[in-house]
Write a protein that binds this ligand. Structure first.
Ligand SMILES: Nc1ncnc2c1ncn2[C@@H]1O[C@H](COP(=O)(O)OP(=O)(O)O)[C@@H](O)[C@H]1O
Ligand SMILES: [Mg+2]
Length: 577
């Protein structure tokens, strides 16, 4: 019930259309109550009474009512679309905004396809829900309730008989409710599973082709499709068993039989009997509606619950805190401990100070916690213990977007959007629209990207493929650097920015990075010796602990973990490359 009310809250802004819709529906179906009455007059007072004068006005009245029903039917085709489409749009927008404000914790654990299914499969299902709860259910119930006293006024015995027959038809779906509930949830879940598998196999096309696993993958999708077909068919089967409308015409015979007896005994007129039969058949409409509605409610509610769970279960990033306009750029970690979710400490009591403008190199074996450490600075995650300060302000008191506007990040594998190169570069700025073409070009030049961009036929307006396919890794990286240059942040994070590049593009990227680092506090996770040698301070991480820190010379002298690491990883480079 709570879920239903929550669902209905989305049509509240469109209540006036909804009201018009319900009125049109009542007007239209009201015709089904009025017409039998006119039929009764026709039979009793015109045909059987052989009253020719009344024929034309009575038929005229019939036509008038029928025309009115036509007008109402137009309204009830138009208004519900207006309401449900708008409300669905609102849900999708709300879901999208929610999605954008979720933290990395969410993105670490959720499959993209499952989230997509909220938009492609759950929302359309929920549209049915608006229809059901906000109009079909109430109007048909009203009609049912209005028809009863009308029939009662003609013959209470026939009315009771009709109600008994109605009762039989609606009892079935109530009995089936539980299994329908379960299967409804299964269908929506399977839709989500299918969608996430499709998404994965599209995103991983290159790998699958490379591994020669296209068919293997197809088999997988085939399996999910087959499963979906099986449960959908099962769903319809159960729904149809519950929908015993065909029996209705059998009950017509019962009404005629009993009513016919009354007519022969002169307890009822012929007109009244036919009016009752017509009402009874008109009743079929609301009853049929209520029955089938009842049968589709489980799958609608399953979809709604999935959407609400998405809204409720995942916490947004905190939106409070004070914005900061200017920072000097010093960063201090004070006893920072962090774990992801499994109570397995990833960073243990990290403590260091980076002065404004310094270059801090972070080294350590893979899995030591280097990426995790730098991801705490833009508050991608919140440490469980300790504090991080920028200048002297604890970062958890700074408004997140404002904090991030002072930080630029270059990842190992940058993501370029399927838009123009200029668009991708502008995206770095707080207000992309305010960036002039000259500024874009200047940033690209500093990033060593201008020359190759000018070689494309459409230059800065060239579209980048979904994953920047037609650009090499080094080219993508240089565009990512231009993007950060446009941002002009005080603090810079380079997480293995050159490690997936070949030597030649690495040199170009390296040059661009050195320009980028100038005058900024830079945290560099690097595999490159020169970067480390030039760093003001080296932090050596091992298994989440800051085991050593200092300059290269000091750390070599110390002959500890760094010395070993240096011998293993970098000493060869010094000689060879
Ligand atoms: N998003 C995540 N969720 C859970 N555990 C993670 C996540 N990212 C990294 N880890 C774990 O945290 C540890 C440190 O990882 P990471 O910071 O990426 O190390 P590094 O960058 O030094 O290779 C590893 O044990 C890794 O498995
Ligand atoms: Mg890493």
């Amino acid at each position: 019930m709570k879920d239903i009310l929550r669902l209905l809250s989305y049509i509240k802004p469109y209540w006036h259309f909804q009201t018009l819709y319900i009125l049109c529906q009542l007007g239209y179906f009201g015709g089904f109550i009025v017409l039998p009455w006119i039929e009764k007059i026709l039979i009793d007072d015109v045909f059987l009474a052989k009253n020719a004068d009344k024929l034309l006005p009575t038929c005229g009245l019939w036509m008038l009512v029928a025309f009115g029903m036509y007008l109402f039917s137009l309204g009830f085709a138009y208004f519900p679309i207006k309401v449900s489409q708008n409300a669905a749009k609102d849900i999708q927008l709300a879901a999208y905004h929610h999605l954008r404000r979720l933290g990395f914790k969410f993105y670490d654990t959720q499959q993209t396809g499952k989230v997509m299914a909220l938009f492609t499969s759950d929302t359309p299902k929920v549209i049915e829900g608006f229809q059901i709860f906000a109009s079909d259910y109430p109007t048909n119930t009203i009609l049912l309730i209005v028809t009863i006293p009308v029939v009662m006024s003609v013959s209470w015995q026939l009315c009771l008989l009709s109600l008994l027959l109605v009762g039989v038809t609606v009892s079935m779906p109530i009995l089936l409710n539980k299994s329908l509930n379960r299967i409804g949830e299964e269908v929506q879940e399977q839709n989500a599973v299918l969608s996430s598998n499709l998404q994965e196999s599209i995103a991983g096309s290159r790998e699958l082709k490379g591994l020669g696993k296209e068919l293997y993958d197809l088999k997988n999708i085939h399996h999910f499709l087959k499963q979906l077909v099986t449960i959908r068919i099962k769903q319809v089967k159960i729904q149809k068993v519950g929908d015993i409308l065909a029996i209705w015409w059998l009950s017509d015979a019962l009404v005629l039989l009993v009513g016919g007896g009354y007519v022969l005994q002169d307890a009822m007129t012929v007109g009244e009997l036919f009016a009752v039969v017509m009402w009874f058949n008109a009743l079929q409409r609301p009853v049929h509606f209520l029955v089938t509605l009842h049968l589709s409610i489980p799958s609608v509610m399953a979809a709604a619950r999935r959407i609400f769970a998405f809204f409720d279960e995942h916490e947004q990033e905190p939106q409070d805190g004070t914005p900061i306009t200017h920072i000097e750029g010093s960063v201090q970690f004070s006893d920072v401990s962090f774990e992801y979710s499994d109570a397995q400490p990833v960073l243990k009591r990290i403590r260091f100070q980076a002065e404004s403008g310094e270059t801090i190199a972070i080294v350590g074996p893979s899995g030591a916690g280097k990426s995790t450490l730098v991801s705490l600075i833009p508050r991608f995650y919140e440490p469980q213990h300790g504090n991080i300060f920028i200048d002297t302000t604890p970062i958890n008191t700074i408004q997140i977007q404002s904090l991030r506007s002072h930080i630029g990040i270059v990842f190992q594998d940058p993501y370029l959007f399927a838009e123009s190169i200029a668009y991708n570069i502008r995206l770095g700025a707080e207000d992309p629209e305010a960036i002039t073409h000259e500024q874009v070009v200047a940033a690209a030049k500093l990033a060593n990207a201008h020359d190759f961009i000018m070689n494309f036929p459409q230059q800065y307006e060239s579209e980048v493929g979904e994953r920047g396919i037609q650009l090499s890794g080094g080219e993508q990286q240089r565009i990512a650097i231009a993007r950060v240059l446009i941002r002009d942040p005080k603090i810079l994070i380079l997480d293995e920015a050159t490690s997936s590049l070949d030597a030649e593009s690495e040199a170009l990227v390296q040059e661009a990075l050195i320009r980028l680092m100038e005058g900024r506090t830079s945290f560099v996770i690097a595999h490159r010796l020169s970067t480390i040698l030039n760093a003001d301070k080296i932090l050596v991480l091992n298994d989440g602990e800051l085991v050593e820190s200092g300059t290269h010379a000091a750390l070599i002298q110390r002959n500890g973990v760094y010395y070993d690491l240096f011998q293993k990883q970098f000493a060869g480079m010094q000689k060879g490359t």
